[in-house]
Design a binder for this molecule. Structure first.
Ligand code: HEC
Ligand code: HEC
Ligand code: HEC
Length: 424
């Protein structure tokens, strides 16, 4: 008889203790003013769900066990789109420590040539692993990971330019000082791809514009809105397309040199991009780049509405009209040429429906060619239709004209066709 009574008494005391603990902890939590439930649970059970072995974003992570291989090292079969690099090869130098960095890494030779593929891979990895602290353009940032007030760590300085490829490879592998170790996250070849891409960023000539006077600002604004095709694809303030990133507040995340280099030669800075090279004079280029990085504003959403598909790769043969159309034209003109691409609602004029045979049979092939080559403006149409003459070859533009003819299942006016042309 005694045992159960004691048992009940015991549980009662426990219950009372628990109630008191809950009450006390709630009071403490309310006084502390935040996450009361977590605190209560923490006091009773000694831990809460907030208290986990996982890491907060950018918390300096625990190093993986020795001998770990990056998942992307290419030793796993590629399944379901897992991105994997090239196979681990015997050329990988033996492990070394931070103390040995100067002695060993500086002598390593770069075995990976800076091909387009290497640069494209390096760009992805640089943006993923390095840009949070060094900036997308390697000009250094503060504010997010490197706390505001600390100096930025630019990688465009002469100092870093003069490091050997091997030294930078070594820094990625073993870290240095506050710079984290990336050796277990970025595979051997990928480290060299990052080095190649960093070298590419360093080749960009430095451009540090003075603050623009109000007249120049007004001029740049008018050029961007009323003459250049930029807002066909990019948002700026309250207008513009969604094919590329929002350019509002660009100076917050990109340096002037990088911005100027992208506009000057998009395909060199961003391999595989669909951004065309827009013909303009060097003074205009400087003005537009300075204007974009100095203009203040908060972007609605920096990511493009739809990640644009990469341009079909350049090869020995010219790319097909259909592949070109899908990459460069379909976002505005629609995949079937109905003028209804996802970017069309953001344009002031409806992109011409290339599938409309009544309309297209009034257009000579030469007019279509000129429009694609030199842009909408020269046909007296919307300047948001970009000029592709500096981006696509003549053969490729002719392939596009032929593809438009396929979409409309029509021919140009009889007088414009070769056979019907007056001979003279
Ligand atoms: C968490 C922030 C952070 C990330 C991410 C980061 N770094 Fe660093 N990096 C630093 C800091 C801080 C320094 C300065 C370290 C020092 O003074 O020793 C530095 C220095 C460097 C330097 C030497 C600069 C000099 O003037 O000596 C190189 C090169 C470098 N980082 C390359 C990279 C590369 C490549 C990546 C991507 C794989 C990367 N860093 C990722 C923070 C970072
Ligand atoms: C046909 C569409 C198109 C046109 C026209 C166009 N761009 Fe772009 N632009 C893009 C895309 C897409 C990207 C993103 C690069 C990528 O990842 O492919 C881009 C990237 C950029 C970037 C880099 C932004 C960043 O966050 O890194 C800048 C700067 C830029 N464009 C400026 C311009 C300017 C200035 C013009 C006009 C002279 C222009 N663009 C015309 C599509 C376009
Ligand atoms: C950023 C959106 C955009 C992109 C990208 C774009 N266009 Fe256009 N296109 C337009 C707009 C807008 C017009 C003109 C509408 C107007 O003013 O009537 C136009 C007009 C044209 C015209 C003139 C048709 C005529 O005779 O009236 C041709 C040809 C053309 N586009 C072909 C192309 C081709 C080919 C591509 C891809 C290489 C392409 N466009 C990419 C938006 C775009």
């Amino acid at each position: 008889m005694r045992a159960p009574a004691r048992h009940i008494r015991l549980s009662l005391t426990r219950l009372r203790g628990l109630a008191a603990a809950v009450l006390l902890s709630s009071i403490a939590a309310i006084a502390a003013g935040c996450t009361p439930l977590d605190h209560a649970v923490g006091i009773i059970f000694g831990r809460s769900m907030r208290n986990q072995p996982s890491f907060d974003p950018y918390e300096n992570p625990r190093l993986p066990p020795a001998g770990s291989i990056p998942f992307a090292a290419g030793e796993y079969p590629s399944r379901g789109g897992v991105e994997h690099a090239e196979p681990r090869v015997s050329e990988e130098p033996a492990p070394f420590t931070q103390a040995e960095l100067d002695a060993i890494a500086a002598r390593l030779a770069n075995p990976v040539r800076p091909t387009d593929e290497s640069l494209a891979r390096g760009r992805v990895l640089f943006r993923r692993n390095c840009a949070p602290c060094h900036g997308t353009d390697a000009a250094g940032v503060t504010g997010s990971v490197i706390p505001a007030g600390f100096p930025p760590f630019p990688l465009l300085t002469d100092r870093v330019r003069n490091f050997t490829d091997g030294y930078i490879y070594g820094m990625i592998r073993v870290g240095r000082g506050v710079m984290p170790v990336y050796g277990e996250r970025v595979s051997h070849r990928d480290r060299w791809h990052i080095v190649n891409y960093l070298r590419e960023l360093q080749r960009v000539s430095p451009f540090a514009p003075e603050p623009l006077p109000p007249f120049a600002v007004a001029k740049a604004d008018a050029l961007i809105r009323d003459r250049l095709p930029c807002l066909g694809c990019h948002r700026l303030g309250d207008e513009g397309g969604r094919m590329g990133p929002d350019l509002t507040g660009l100076g917050m995340r990109a340096g002037a040199s990088y911005v100027r280099a992208v506009i000057e030669d998009p395909a060199m800075m961003v391999p595989g991009t669909i951004m065309p090279k827009v013909p303009m004079r060097p003074e205009t280029l400087d003005l537009i780049a300075a204007y974009l990085v100095q203009r203040r504003g908060v972007p609605e959403d920096t990511a493009p509405a739809v990640q644009p598909p990469p341009a079909p790769p350049m090869g020995a043969q010219a790319r097909s009209g259909e592949a070109l159309y899908r990459a460069y034209c379909a976002p505005c003109h629609g995949p079937d040429g109905r003028g209804d691409g996802y970017n069309a609602p953001h344009l002031p004029a409806r992109p011409v429906p290339h599938a409309d045979s009544a309309l297209m049979s009034r257009r000579p092939d030469d007019t279509l060619f000129d429009g694609i080559y030199a842009g909408g403006r020269i046909l007296g149409r919307s300047h948001r239709m970009p000029a592709f003459g500096e981006t696509l070859s003549r053969t490729e533009i002719r392939a596009l004209v032929a593809y438009i003819r396929q979409l409309c299942r029509c021919l140009g006016p009889a007088w414009s066709r070769d056979g019907a042309r007056p001979t003279s």
